[in-house]
Write a protein that binds this ligand. Structure first.
Ligand code: BGP
Length: 480
């Protein structure tokens, strides 16, 4: 076991799943504040206006907003060197299109960064993690509107200047490739009553909207990268890809080809644009074939070229299979669908568990780009039992993490992949993005909160807390 000495061990959270305080200190309503609670079988719905008596999990989250000092001290106790967190855009620009930022929002994040500094924990900030001010969704059609690029850049400029002393690691958009899978909400393409995650077959018009929104996010990201470098040359900005290894369902050449094609659009496409600075030919041909229209302007090629990212970050939970036969059963998973694998087990929530897939993925991606990589989300969503003595014996989570860290070690030491760090997803229990549940827990810290919103919000150290502390203390040498 040999991890680099400056390896960024830590955890990851997102504002909409942790902060709560949805209407405090002049924060505006954000898109995710309109997502109802759901479950594995009951989809979350976007409702606007908000409905009386409905549970909207982001409104309270785990109340990180008021508990950040306690939570950060627990992260420090585990030895974190890095915390990935996101800023809620609507806390800084409540409607998104104002000229001036909300000072109270800035003050809050200053306090959070100061607290992290106290413990020597580096922040890695996601500028937009599956949210945007709801006003931009309603009045502008989200990212399908080119004007949103300027609003985003105004927001970025404020962040880069305001937090120049505190933050040097940035991610422009969380899981930017979600939009390429034809799920519109990450682009703010959503209407009252829509399912938040909806995999039903989409029209050419809908897909055109998604890819137009994605194009605008590419431009916004590229401009943000250039701006970040200009404000502070020490800034490093990453793309963030929903990572997943896909295997052909069988060794039939047709399945190989189908797998190659789906991997291109699901995995390679966004990073190709953000790292190589141009649309790959296969994507343009895909648009042509599928009748997808994306309006691009003359200057766009130059913008993409001038704003390529510094590192490749990604989430990794699962792998999948692809078959030329489109009817093969699909597995559950986050935002992109794929087939089941008879050799692998699934989690309680139906996500395929595949540590070897992580090693495979790291090697494939590094081989293509040779950019430093960072795993900014990985973990097991599982139900936990809080024992009467306040303990949580989450051996299944330890086992999941251990196997993935072993795979990571092999990728670094046997395959030569350059990895900057690892931030475990939901290091403290938080609201599930996909289902809106609390019971789908990822944390090493248990938060006493139930799916219906009841609970004391008290924090408890799980067995995985002590285990992860040992891992970090030994710089990854001790995974037992
Ligand atoms: C990713 C998101 C995270 C988080 C994670 C786990 O797609 O970036 O925000 O939610 O998946 O997913 P879930 O919470 O649905 O289990």
């Amino acid at each position: 076991m040999n991890f680099p000495s400056d390896f960024l061990w830590g955890g990851a959270i997102a504002a909409i799943q942790a902060e709560g305080a949805w209407d405090e200190c002049d924060k505006g309503l954000c898109m995710a504040d309109c997502f109802t609670a759901g479950s594995r079988t009951q989809p979350r719905i976007y409702t606007y206006p908000l409905r009386e008596g409905v549970n909207y999990p982001s409104h309270e989250g785990i109340d990180f907003y008021h508990h950040y000092k306690e939570d950060i001290s627990l992260f420090a106790e585990m030895g974190f060197r890095c915390l990935r967190l996101s800023i809620n855009w609507a806390r800084i620009f409540p409607n998104g299109d104002e000229e001036q930022p909300n000072e109270k929002g800035l003050a809050y994040y200053h306090s959070v960064f100061n607290e992290l500094k106290k413990y020597g924990i580096k922040p890695l900030v996601t500028i937009s993690h599956l949210e945007m001010p709801n006003h931009l969704v309603r009045e502008y059609g989200g990212w399908s509107n080119r004007r949103v690029i300027d609003f985003y850049l105004r927001y970025c400029r404020v962040l880069f200047t305001e937090f120049k002393e505190d933050v040097e690691l940035w991610i422009t958009f969380n899981e930017i490739n979600g939009l390429a899978g034809g799920v519109g909400f990450p682009g703010g393409i959503i209407e009252d009553g829509d399912k938040v995650i909806d995999f039903s077959p989409r029209s050419e018009e809908y897909l055109s909207l998604c890819f137009t929104a994605l194009h605008h996010q590419f431009l916004a990201s590229a401009k943000a990268v250039a701006l970040a470098h200009c404000v502070n040359p020490a800034n490093r900005v990453g793309c963030m890809i929903l990572g997943r290894s896909d295997y052909p369902r069988t060794c039939k050449p047709e399945d190989m080809l189908a797998c190659q094609q789906s991997t291109r659009m699901n995995t390679w496409f966004c990073a190709d644009v953000q790292i190589r600075g141009a649309y790959p030919a296969y994507a343009l041909q895909y648009f042509e074939r599928e009748g997808i229209r994306v309006s691009m302007e003359k200057e766009d090629a130059r913008i993409l070229e001038d704003g390529t990212v510094d590192f490749y970050s990604f989430s990794y939970y699962s792998s999948g299979t692809v078959s030329a036969n489109k009817d093969e059963r699909v597995s559950e998973g986050n935002v992109i669908l794929s087939g089941l694998n008879p050799y692998l087990e699934t989690s309680e929530w139906g996500w395929i568990v595949d540590p070897i897939g992580l090693r495979y993925y790291l090697s494939e991606v590094y081989g293509r780009y040779q950019l430093p990589m960072m795993i900014v989300e990985n973990g097991l969503g599982a139900a936990d039992t809080l024992e009467p003595d306040g303990r949580v014996h989450d051996t299944y989570r330890i086992d999941y993490l251990r196997r993935h860290l072993k795979a990571l070690d092999e990728a670094i030491n046997e395959d030569g992949v350059e990895v900057m760090g690892y931030t475990a997803w939901g290091c403290i229990d938080l609201v599930s993005g996909g289902t809106g549940e609390m019971s789908k827990r990822y944390g090493m810290i248990y938060v006493d909160k139930n799916d219906d919103g009841t609970g004391t919000l008290k924090r408890y150290r799980k067995d995985s807390f002590y285990w992860y502390r040992k891992v970090i203390e030994s710089n990854g040498k001790n995974l037992n």
